[in-house]
Design a protein around this ligand. Structure first.
Ligand code: TEU
Ligand code: CA
Length: 561
């Protein structure tokens, strides 16, 4: 694998603007708030900031419903604020990648409004979206929306349905129409001229719909087919990305990451192939799908914990299969996922810091480009809301409506437990800066409740404590910049580690050196002898001493030799 690309050595910090820092007393984070906190991001040592959508949007789905791709949501600020953020970040040596949400637009987008206006052949915009006649008086096929209900909405005026894989306010763009593709490529080039450093591409694996839009397989007793499975990696997706690459990406020294729901190993090898003809890297979902419900009708909603063996098997598979062939992202968290310390670690006061550091080290010594989601570097935990009213996320609210109220598949009590484990709002509570009111996020009531544990868990406390999770991440980032083996080394699971219920142990090796990573995933104290060479140096540890063959609860150590 060639390792000279800058993004192969980079570490990304993801900012969810709505919850990062409010600068103008409305309880909603904004661009000027991000500018105020650039020093903090710089201090962590990352290279790139990925901004969740800040474009003009009715904000049905956290800004993933864009009504103008070339304007800023006034709640977040102005284009002048954005330009200032970009130039200040650049002056500090930080790059910025934007979210590109082009599988769908908002129903308020001018294109959709024009599309809606008439179904006559002379309406150039009709074909910007996916319209179909009813079949037997029903939806054109059985596809279900990711956000509950059918993926089709009927338009009285024209007597046709339009497709929306997500909310009905997020109509899918018709990528088979060359005019759509050119409009999108022009928009991307417009952002390029501003000097941004790349794009994270939302559900880019869904843009090419299968020919004839056939029914999807039904899983469980749902009346809807799984549109995700039916649509992911469609017939023309690679052709369209190659075209995008020729017309836009190849002209810039960018970082591009495809959010590829439903991507398999062999598909990933195409999206992120090393010839560079499509995208730089994929963002895959398998390891965050392991703890889904065993009842397919409930999808992701469960409070199940994934076991170490299945998690390890999955992560190892991706490490080995992409090595030398394609490039992956490394992540535990983002704005759609629960907090990692609550999910795969242990967020009790006793083990929160230890397990957060263990998980960080385990991931950051793998091959790929690591993503740190805001607050992860503080060990922020899930929100643990008690009532449905505390949630703002439409995925959560729709799931409650469908599964608890309408279909009565789950009791309210059980569903609230599932939400405490899995709701996207767990990641979206305001960033915890200090112990002042609303965690220093805002001086007025925030749009989503602050986690009360901000009194103990906050950036100020972390920066004051040399042993904090923050400085642990800082060290991991520094090591990635210093040691090529983290980027280019061969990954090897330790012999006999496949069956181990407690320890995840692997090595990374290049011609110069070897790293040995040993992580205890549990609160048990374990004895194992790894025959660490005498001359080995301990690079990373989360206990203050090393007891060699005794591996304490959530202990992680990394040796170099
Ligand atoms: O998410 C894509 C996606 O596959 C979602 O189904 C995601 O897995 C789900 O929210 C997890 O429960 C992207 C964005 O990251 C998400 O925030 C948007 O809501 C979605 O696309 C639609 O744009
Ligand atoms: Ca604000």
């Amino acid at each position: 694998m060639q390792t000279e690309k800058w993004w192969q050595k980079a570490v990304v910090y993801q900012v969810y603007p709505k919850s990062f820092q409010d600068s103008n007393h409305d309880g909603i984070g904004d661009i000027r708030g991000i500018i105020q906190r650039l020093d903090y991001i710089k201090q962590l040592g990352v290279d790139v900031i990925w901004l969740n959508p800040i474009y003009k949007s009715p904000d049905i789905d956290g800004g993933y419903d864009i009504s103008d791709y070339q304007d800023i949501n006034p709640t977040f600020g102005s284009m002048a604020d954005f330009d200032e953020l970009l130039s200040k970040a650049h002056a500090m040596g930080l790059k910025i990648i934007m979210d590109l949400v082009v599988n769908h637009s908002s129903s308020q987008h001018d294109w959709f409004q024009k599309s809606l206006a008439s179904s006559e052949p002379d309406n150039d915009y009709r074909d910007y979206y996916v319209w179909r006649d009813p079949v037997d008086g029903h939806e054109p096929n059985n596809w279900g929306s990711f956000f509950s209900g059918p993926a089709w909405t009927y338009d009285e005026k024209s007597g046709q349905y339009y497709l929306h894989l997500f909310a009905k306010e997020q109509p899918d763009l018709n990528w088979d129409n060359p005019k759509v593709r050119h409009s999108i490529f022009d928009m991307m080039n417009w952002w390029a001229a501003k000097g941004i450093d790349g794009f994270r591409m939302d559900v880019i694996s869904l843009i090419s719909k299968p020919d004839g839009l056939p029914d999807a397989p039904i899983t469980g007793d749902s009346i809807f087919g799984n549109a995700g499975d039916a649509v992911a990696n469609g017939p023309h997706v690679h052709e369209y990305l190659k075209e995008m690459n020729t017309k836009v990406l190849s002209k810039h020294d960018w970082m591009t990451v495809g959010e590829t729901a439903g991507v398999t190993i062999s598909e990933a090898q195409k999206y992120a192939n090393k010839d560079g003809s499509e995208l730089n890297m994929v963002f895959e979902f398998e390891h965050v799908g392991l703890d889904s419900n065993t009842n397919p009708a409930l999808g992701k909603w469960s409070d199940r914990k994934a076991g170490l063996p299945e998690l390890r098997e999955n992560l190892v598979k991706w490490q080995q299969a992409l090595s030398g062939k394609a490039w992956n992202s490394l992540y535990w968290n983002n704005h759609d996922q629960p907090r990692v310390v609550s999910r795969f670690g242990n967020d009790s006061p006793k083990f929160r810091e230890l397990s957060a550091k263990m998980l960080a080290a385990l991931l950051h010594f793998m091959q790929g480009t690591p993503y740190i989601y805001q607050g992860e570097e503080l060990g922020m935990t899930n929100a643990y809301f008690d009532t449905i009213n505390q949630y703002q996320d439409l995925e959560t609210i729709n799931a409650y409506q469908e599964l608890v109220v309408t279909e009565k598949l789950v009791t309210e009590e059980t569903m609230l437990k599932y939400f405490q484990s899995k709701s996207r709002d767990n990641a979206r509570t305001p960033m915890q800066w200090d112990t002042s009111s609303n965690a220093g996020f805002s001086d007025t009531t925030p749009w989503l409740e602050t986690n009360p544990n901000y009194q103990a868990i906050n950036a100020k406390a972390a920066l004051d404590n040399p042993d904090s999770i923050f400085y642990f991440y800082q060290k991991l980032i520094k090591l990635r910049h210093q040691l090529p083996v983290i980027t280019d080394g061969t990954f090897k699971l330790l012999p006999d580690n496949e069956q181990d219920d407690h320890i995840f142990a692997y090595t990374r090796t290049n011609s110069e050196t070897t790293l040995l990573i040993i992580a205890n995933f549990t609160s048990d104290t374990i004895t194992r002898n790894y025959d660490v060479p005498k001359a080995a140096q301990l690079l990373i540890q989360n206990y203050t001493d090393d007891q060699e063959t005794t591996i304490r609860p959530y202990e992680v150590k990394v040796y170099q030799y």
